[in-house]
Ligand binder design. Structure first.
Ligand code: TYD
Ligand code: ZN
Length: 405
């Protein structure tokens, strides 16, 4: 039995999503070199409850110069991060020469607002290409992984931080112990560590198994985050449910005793207990839903192919790698996927080798059906694509159920 990355407990496997490629490793179509794969299996700690991958992919394989994801591709997410930055400027960052550090700053979407306000900041991210985009916008960045030594170095150069923030990043980092040890040095005594990531409660409720891939090492809950924080001398002092990215929680963590936990913390812990979120039965049931969801989607795609319908993917998300490779979907069922990210276009998807193309200029050239891989951006996308739908185009979804509408 593998050991939990957080505590001394053992990991019990409840889900096997098969052999998978790196979710963001879009390939040159001519590239015939062997592709790195790993077994994607998920377990829960029998002690602290933390849900985590059974196998770790070396971080340098995932986060490097050519990491293709850019936060700014979603207008909705740009607004989300601007709202957060404004809130920080009005609350945590009002003291004398305040300082905020963002772990996983990507293209600087959040820090842009902070920088414009003239507030001291630093973005840390190993995705050099993304960080260069941020730097070009006048944002102060460091192209690096964040771990204990990075935190100590920042503290020595810039002094302590009021806020350390991370969005869709902490769940990517197996070595949480090093992160917390770094925070012990970097945060002011009353400083806060705020991070938002996909929420286990939503993943189980929606059956959104595509939230599970190499980069999402942890699937957090209030319960497991509270346990982890406590282990490293911190406490969970606030939680906020977020609608973004298919359901997330924004956790606020402070040094033990530094802040009084809000009622939202006990409320979410109670909700998780009432739903038996961490029960073995709940997790095994989720694994069954995942199998049914796979069979349902493949059936729909096969039927549409038999009927001679045109189908394409919408959004070459990292999440789509799990769906395509777990369901065994290749270009015979799904000839192409459209995506607005330049770095993904004219490449093929990892493992399944489906071509990724820029969207056709005209809706007339759209397929009859779009398989919505970027379902977490559904509101933004369906609003943008009303002409497609009005012309009779249909959406195929697989979260929270397989359906066509
Ligand atoms: P996202 O779901 O944000 O993340 P992940 O890759 O972690 O699963 O990725 C959204 C992808 O969809 C990204 O490659 C950009 C693309 N996209 C579009 O092509 N059009 C759009 O309107 C939006 C919002 C995203
Ligand atoms: Zn544990």
């Amino acid at each position: 039995m593998n050991q939990c990355r957080i505590c001394d407990g053992g990991l019990q496997q409840f889900l096997d999503l098969g052999e998978q490629p790196l979710s963001d490793a879009f390939r040159d179509p001519a590239d015939e070199s062997p592709e790195f794969t790993y077994p994607l299996t998920v377990g829960a700690c029998t002690d602290c409850g933390m849900v985590q991958l059974m196998q770790e992919v070396p971080r340098e394989r995932m986060f490097h110069h050519d990491y293709p994801f850019r936060t700014a591709t979603s207008a909705f997410m740009r607004q989300h991060f601007e709202d957060f930055a404004r809130r920080m400027l009005a609350t945590e960052l009002t003291g004398d020469s305040p300082f905020i550090v963002e772990i996983g700053c990507n293209d600087g979407t959040m820090l842009r607002t902070i920088a414009s306000a003239g507030v001291r900041h630093l973005g840390v991210d190993p995705a050099v290409g993304a960080v260069e985009d941020a730097a070009a916008d006048g944002i102060r960045v460091r192209a690096d992984f964040f771990e204990e030594s990075t935190a100590a170095d920042i503290r020595a150069t810039d002094g302590p931080a009021d806020v350390v923030y991370a969005a869709n990043t902490i769940c990517h980092i197996p070595y949480l112990d090093s992160i917390f040890q770094g925070l012990t040095q970097l945060l002011k005594p009353t400083g806060v560590f705020i991070f938002e990531d996909p929420y286990l409660g939503d993943i189980v409720r929606l059956g959104s198994y595509d939230q599970i891939y190499d980069e999402h090492y942890y699937l957090f809950s209030a319960h497991s985050v509270a346990q982890a924080a406590q282990r490293f001398g911190f406490a969970l002092v606030d939680v906020e449910r977020l609608g973004v990215h298919g359901g997330e929680v924004r956790y606020t963590v402070a040094r033990s005793g530094a802040r009084t936990p809000t009622p939202a913390v006990s409320a979410l812990l109670a909700e998780e207990a009432a739903q038996r979120l961490h029960d073995w039965e709940t997790l095994k049931n989720f694994a069954q839903v995942v199998e049914q969801r796979r069979d349902g989607l493949v059936e729909v795609l096969r039927k549409l192919r038999q009927e001679g319908r045109s189908v394409a993917g919408y959004g070459a998300t990292a999440k789509s790698a799990t769906v395509l490779n777990y369901c065994g979907i290749t270009s015979d069922l799904l000839p192409q996927i459209y995506d607005i990210t330049p770095a993904k276009q004219h490449k093929v998807t990892p493992g399944s080798h489906i071509p990724v193309l820029p969207f056709p200029e005209s809706v007339q050239d759209y397929p009859e059906y779009f398989l919505l891989f970027a379902w977490n951006h559904a509101t933004e996308i369906t609003a943008k694509e009303t002409a497609f739908h009005e012309a009779g185009g249909k959406w195929i979804r697989y979260v929270p159920e397989v359906r066509i509408d």
